[in-house]
Design a protein around this ligand. Structure first.
Ligand code: PMP
Length: 427
């Protein structure tokens, strides 16, 4: 595979950008080798600067649930952009967006648009602290909620991938306010709330963890957290940046039947444009400025072009049977990968929740952080490269979930399984 153009670009990028990238996991540091630079994407495929094509299971880390460069989304962007790119005033599309989110996710009685998942989670914990008058927050080991200071404590995603889950630069005084729990451990959560419940403003969780590979909640776990938060007067915050509109139309809260007080969303509601949002109970959201005293703002928030892209995407995913079809594709892929691994005698298992999946080099089912980090990451890294050489792009880290899109047809999935059959044999 000729990658000379990507190599030349990476050499230039490394001179001027930390690690040659604008977001860490893109640099391929954990899997080794150098990243490819994408110049075009279409449906289930990426095309790099050298003209190589890859079947893509990253989907821009989530938003491309209808595939890359969907003609409907593209048309909405172009048509809206003709009227101007940003007004700095209220615009009609943000009202439609708020109505759409509130209808699809009923726990979001009110919504505030922001520009990234990071902004959404930062704002949600400020609201939790402001509304409860408490300072401590609870998060889970291996969960990633963006790069806000309070969240870079035992964080997942790139922080975990690069072995710095607790980042330098986060003052100890602030980090001390972040309490962490092992995901899927019922008793640890009960014990923490018994001890510190009166000081806890809120508990934030990825209801299906997508930043420490893919870990679904154990039966009743989210309900348990709901009960603990209610009993101790803490807010339950679902970070649905990955799961929202993906594991079900109404997100993880619909799939598991648990109602959070606040929810955060990101990428997916922008259809590829920079977007985030947080929402929840009206009595809480009304405490946000200018309705209330808790300050949060954004010059580009509710950007019309981003709203148009997101609204089109949210319209497309409301098609009858959309999520069932996605889930069937995820099962077909994961079943095929497991069979290919068995043929090659490689210990390997998967997790799937809707259009999210995880690949584990392990012989046992994995649903805790401790199990996820005990998997054979060296084997994953070899598999990643063996797949890449065969034109399949998996997330470049053993600690990231994979994403299915509606553009992945039977042929793409079959080609992926064929590639895996060959790739497993090289391990
Ligand atoms: N929360 C979760 C669950 C995420 O997966 C991410 C990003 N992968 C974020 C928050 C942060 O979003 P962003 O990168 O848009 O700031």
């Amino acid at each position: 595979m000729d990658t000379r153009r990507s190599q030349a670009l990476f050499a230039r990028a490394q001179q001027l950008m930390p690690g040659g990238v604008n977001s860490p996991v893109r640099a391929f540091k954990s899997v080794g080798g150098e990243p490819f630079f994408v110049q075009r994407a279409d449906g289930a495929y990426l095309e790099d600067a050298d003209g190589n094509r890859y079947i893509d299971y990253v989907g821009s880390w989530g938003p491309m649930i209808v595939g890359h460069n969907h003609p409907g989304v593209l048309a909405a962007v172009i048509e809206t952009a003709r009227n101007g790119l940003s007004f700095g005033t209220p615009n009609p599309l943000e009202v439609t967006m708020a109505e759409t989110i509130a209808r699809l996710v009923p726990s979001c009685e009110m919504v505030r648009m922001v520009n990234s998942g990071t902004e959404a989670t930062l704002s949600a914990i400020r609201l939790a602290r402001g509304a409860t008058g408490r300072a401590r927050i609870v998060k889970f080991e291996g969960c990633y909620h963006g790069h806000g200071d309070s969240f870079l404590v035992k964080a997942g995603s790139g922080a975990l991938t690069f072995g710095v889950p607790t980042s330098p630069g986060v003052p100890k005084a602030l980090a001390d306010l972040t309490l962490t729990l092992p995901y899927n451990d019922f008793d640890a959560a009960t014990a923490l709330f018994d001890e510190a419940g009166a000081d806890i403003a809120g508990l934030i969780i990825e209801p299906v963890v997508g930043n420490a590979n893919c870990l679904p909640p154990r039966e009743g776990y989210l309900q348990h957290l709901r009960e603990l938060c209610t009993r101790h007067g803490a807010l339950l915050i679902f970070d649905e940046v990955m799961t929202g509109f993906r594991v079900a139309l109404g997100g993880a809260q619909q799939r598991y039947g648990v109602t959070p007080d606040l929810s955060t969303f990101g990428k997916i509601i922008g259809g590829g444009m920079p977007v985030g949002a947080y929402g929840g109970r009206a009595d809480l959201m009304n405490q946000i400025a200018p309705a209330g005293p808790i300050y949060q703002a954004g010059t580009l928030s509710g950007n019309p072009v981003a709203m148009a892209a997101g609204l089109k995407m949210l319209e497309l995913i409301q098609a009858p049977g959309f999520h069932d079809a996605l889930e069937a594709k995820t099962h077909a892929l994961c079943d095929g990968l497991e069979a290919a691994a068995r043929e090659a005698n490689i210990p390997f298992t998967t997790q799937r929740v809707g259009a999210m999946f995880g690949l584990f080099f392990s012989s046992e089912k994995v649903d805790t952080y401790a199990q996820a980090i005990a998997c054979d990451t060296a084997a994953f890294n070899r598999f990643f490269h063996a797949m890449l050489e065969r034109g399949v792009y998996l997330a470049p880290s053993a600690f990231e979930a994979g994403f299915m899109s509606s553009a992945h047809d039977d042929a793409a999935i079959a080609a992926t399984i064929d590639a895996a059959r060959a790739a497993f044999k090289t391990l």
